[in-house]
Every structure is written in C-alpha cells, then in structure tokens.
Design a protein around this ligand. Structure first.
Ligand code: SF4
Ligand code: MG
Length: 296
C-alpha cells in the first residue's frame, strides 16, 4: 500500500521549522505538541507569516525558538491578554496562545476566567504536565495531591485544583483534551480549535519525564481514550463536563464540547459592527502638538 502525501502541506510544514537547537529534555511531550501544531497549521493552509504564536514563560515557551510565525514570548501567566488584544486588532490572523499548568492556574487564572467569559476568539493550549518543569519540578496547582516533588519531598499537601470542573463552570464554548503521545488526534483537535468562533480551551496532557514521575507517558497511554471515537456528542454540555472530570479509570480525550452558536467578543463590539477594515488598518498618525502645549 502506498501512502499519498499532500506535498503542499508537507512543504508548508517544513516552513514552520526553525533550526534553533532544542532545549527540551529527551522524551518531553513538547516534541509531540510542536509537531501537531505544525501539522495542524499546514493542513489548514497557513504559512508562518499568516499566524501569531504567543507564549508564556515555561518549558513550552522555548517553542518560540522552534516554530516559525509571528512570535511573542510574554510574562509568566500573562499570555492571554496580549493574545486577545492582538487578535481583536486583526481578526484575519489566527492567534494561538500557549500556557503552562503552573502559570495558567495560579497568577494567570484571572486572565483565563475573563478569556472564557469574554469569548476572545483565541486558541489556548494548556501544556499540562502537572508541575513547573522549567523551575525543576516545583509542584503546581495541578500536581496530584500527595505527590512528592522536588519542592515537596513529603508529598504536595494542598488539594489539586479541579481545572476542568473550573473551566466548565465558566460556560466555555470549546473544550478539548489531547495527549502528547497521540499526534494525529492532537492535529484534529487543534484544527477544530483554530477554526472555532470563540475561545478554544485545549487541555494538552503532556508527559514531563524529567520531573513528573506519576502522570508518565506510559500512564497517559494506558488511561487515555478517544471519546469522539466512542460516539460522544460534542454538543452535550453536561456529558462533556462529566467526561472531563471523571478520570479515575479512564481519561476522555478529543473534542469534548463545542458550541458555534455563541458570538465571540469581537462580534459583540458595537463600534466594530459594519466595519470593513480591521482595527490595525485604521491606525494613523495624529498630530497631538496642540494637546502637548498644555504640558510645555
Ligand atoms: Fe519537558 Fe519536563 Fe524537560 Fe521541561 S523539564 S523540557 S517539560 S521533560
Ligand atoms: Mg507545567
């Protein structure tokens, strides 16, 4: 059997690749996520000059050196306000924001709340390795309770934050979960997320073999299953919430919830209604010399 390759997509995929030396550890789940993003963007027909990639601080943030595109590497926990602002200035550009579980569910959690309730039309990829990898294995709010970490050798004392229950409590319009060991599924999730009308939350479970010795690649491989392949209806909000939050025996992955009927933030902005131009097209030089005289 011969495999038919889409040569245009393959060439596009190569154009996303940077030669900068990679600093991720051997076996890091970021390699798989990196590949899936390149494939998703290529298969959607995008070139690097057509996309904006925004990164938080963390191991995933080193992807800003490895993936071509317009790139912004922001402050810890603050990637979403920048990504939303950039998107609202030019709705023609797909914006992908990356954040880690540590920043996104600690100092950045307020931005996540308001991104979901505002329905900013941005794709958010949560690189969820259940620890702060860049700072060498600190417990995050998504580390399993009782799990020994470098900062908590006797086990993390605090309760693990129920992140998916929290996200569903905010009435999201797109929630998906992928696993860094399943590239074809991540590609399909990301393509749907990038084309989603509003805010797309993608919980990407990511193996961190160096510091996370509990949710390992092997563990995720044995627990994750494709809920879409089992007939899950992505319009069923309550079922999606149940699947996302009941992970003791099996972990549901795939597109869990999708609602394209809710207008996004831009569509609700009254001053933008009927405009043929993007906000970025309307920037012009303004003579403020008269105003400045007041301060001279
Ligand atoms: Fe990946 Fe973990 Fe190494 Fe960071 S510390 S590069 S998340 S394996
Ligand atoms: Mg992390």
């Amino acid at each position: 059997m011969s495999i038919q390759l889409d040569t245009t997509a393959v060439e596009k995929m190569k154009s996303f690749h940077c030669e900068t030396k990679c600093t991720w550890c051997d076996g890091c789940g970021d390699y798989g996520i990196w590949t899936a993003i390149k494939r998703a963007l290529s298969e959607l027909g995008y070139s690097p000059w057509q996309v904006l990639l925004c990164y938080d601080v963390g191991c995933h943030g080193n992807m800003s050196d490895k993936l071509n595109g317009y790139r912004f590497h922001g402050l810890h926990g603050r990637v979403l306000p920048f990504a939303a602002g950039a998107k609202l200035a030019n709705m023609n550009v797909p914006v992908i924001a990356h954040g880690g579980d540590g920043a996104s569910f600690s100092e950045g959690v307020g931005h996540l709340v308001h991104s979901i309730r505002s329905q900013y039309p941005v794709t958010f990829i949560l690189h969820n390795n259940a620890n702060y990898g860049l700072t060498t294995g600190q417990a995050s709010s998504l580390t399993w309770q009782g799990q020994p970490m470098n900062t908590n050798p006797n086990g993390m004392a605090e309760q693990t934050l129920p992140s998916m229950d929290f996200v569903f409590s905010l009435q999201p319009t797109f929630v998906a979960r992928g696993f860094s060991g399943n590239i074809p599924q991540m590609v399909e999730i990301l393509k749907a997320a990038i084309q989603h009308r509003g805010f797309a939350f993608v919980d990407m479970l990511q193996a961190c073999p160096t510091y996370n010795h509990f949710a390992t690649h092997e563990y995720l491989l044995s627990k994750c299953y494709d809920a879409n392949a089992e007939g899950h209806d992505v319009k069923d909000f309550e079922k999606a919430r149940y699947l996302a939050t009941h992970n003791a025996d099996r972990i549901a992955t795939g597109i869990l919830y999708q609602n394209e009927d809710i207008p996004n933030f831009y569509e609700r902005l009254v001053p933008r209604q009927g405009k043929k131009t993007q906000a970025v097209d309307e920037v012009e030089k303004v003579d403020i010399s008269e105003l400045m005289k007041e301060f001279i």
